[in-house]
Design a protein around this ligand. Structure first.
Ligand code: F6P
Length: 323
């Protein structure tokens, strides 16, 4: 392998730059040329390639976002789009890829490898932490801390006004962000897609706490919650307990930005190195991840199709700690 390319795709995540930096410097360390592809698969199709060297990634480890920019490409989901992307890789003499992203990114990479045989190793870059094959994804730790900082502030005002706040956090179809936000933020209740907590159960719980003279409440709602979004849940609660002064906060995209935490910089650096060395050792169609503190490579098909389960004891922790 003589020349590889790295790209970021899907939602950006803090620590992606640290991962790009590690990929570039590992390639340089092993005497391989490295290109960056701008805007993920979309830039691959259009031929947006830039040659990178050690200096190109100087002063980036601490920066949020992604210097290679990111996109979600519909065109890459078509055979024609993938053919164009492949032609660009051939034109640029690329013989291996490092894909930094989430499930959508790896689904694309898997198809691409099946059709054109381009070896790809993935790096889990998403705030959602919903990827099987790694305990943590790059960006998750920072996103949780960002959300928690916001929640701490919400608690101040909730307490001052004796209010019940419904705080919606990101996570797509998973509750991984919601759980530590609820435990660390001292929430009364957490609603996540992985457990079927009904709004009726939330109402009962709040009624009981209200009767026990609790005056302010925090309910963390994961955005993928099946009972509906935070506004919807809050409306139903308000209808059932009119004396509760309810408010809703959607934390939103601030969870995606900001300087990566120490843990994310460390994880991204470890995985960036592992991705390039995996490629050099003949790996393809796998994601590099850390499970139980050990480096593992998991086939894309498993990262895509297997569900990373939420530890049910966390739900119990929320229940016990909000008593
Ligand atoms: O996958 C990361 C994520 O932030 C999810 O938590 C969220 O559902 C989604 O991306 C939002 O995507 P967009 O930035 O395209 O609105």
């Amino acid at each position: 392998m003589k020349r590889i390319a790295v790209f970021t795709s899907g939602g950006d995540a803090p620590g992606m730059n640290a991962a790009i930096r590690a990929v570039v410097r590992t390639a340089v360390y092993h005497g391989i040329e490295v290109y960056g592809i701008m805007r993920g698969y979309s830039g691959m199709i259009k031929g947006e390639f830039v040659k990178l060297d050690s200096a190109s990634v100087a002063n980036t480890i601490q920066k949020g976002g992604t210097i290679l920019k990111s996109a979600r490409s519909q065109k890459f989901m078509t055979k024609e789009g993938r053919q164009q992307a492949f032609d660009q890789l051939v034109n640029h003499g690329i013989d291996g890829l490092v894909a930094i992203g989430g499930n959508g990114t790896f689904t694309g990479a898997m198809l691409f490898e099946q059709e054109f045989g381009i070896p790809t190793v993935g790096a889990p870059g998403t705030i959602d932490n919903d990827l099987y094959g790694t305990d943590y994804t790059i960006g998750y730790d920072t996103a949780v801390n960002t959300a928690l900082e916001a929640i701490d502030k919400i608690r101040d005002t909730a307490d001052s006004h004796d209010r019940c706040f419904f705080v919606e956090v990101m996570g797509r179809d998973s509750g991984y962000i919601a759980i530590p936000c609820a435990i660390g933020g001292g929430a009364e209740i957490v609603m996540i897609p992985e457990t079927q907590m009904s709004t009726e159960a939330v109402i009962d719980n709040l009624k009981t706490s209200w009767q026990r003279s609790k005056t302010s409440f925090l309910v963390v709602v994961a955005e993928g919650e099946e009972e509906g979004n935070a506004h919807h849940v809050a409306q139903r609660v308000k209808a059932a307990i009119p004396e509760l002064d309810t408010r809703v906060t959607i934390i939103g995209h601030i969870q995606r930005g900001g300087a990566p935490s120490a843990a994310d910089r460390m994880l991204a650096s470890q995985i960036g190195i592992a991705a390039v060395e995996g490629l050099l050792n003949g790996m393809r169609n796998v994601m590099a991840g850390i499970v139980d503190r050990k480096l593992v490579y998991t086939p894309f098909t498993d990262t895509i199709h297997k569900k990373k389960l939420i530890n049910q004891s966390f739900m119990r922790m929320v229940e016990i700690l909000s008593v």
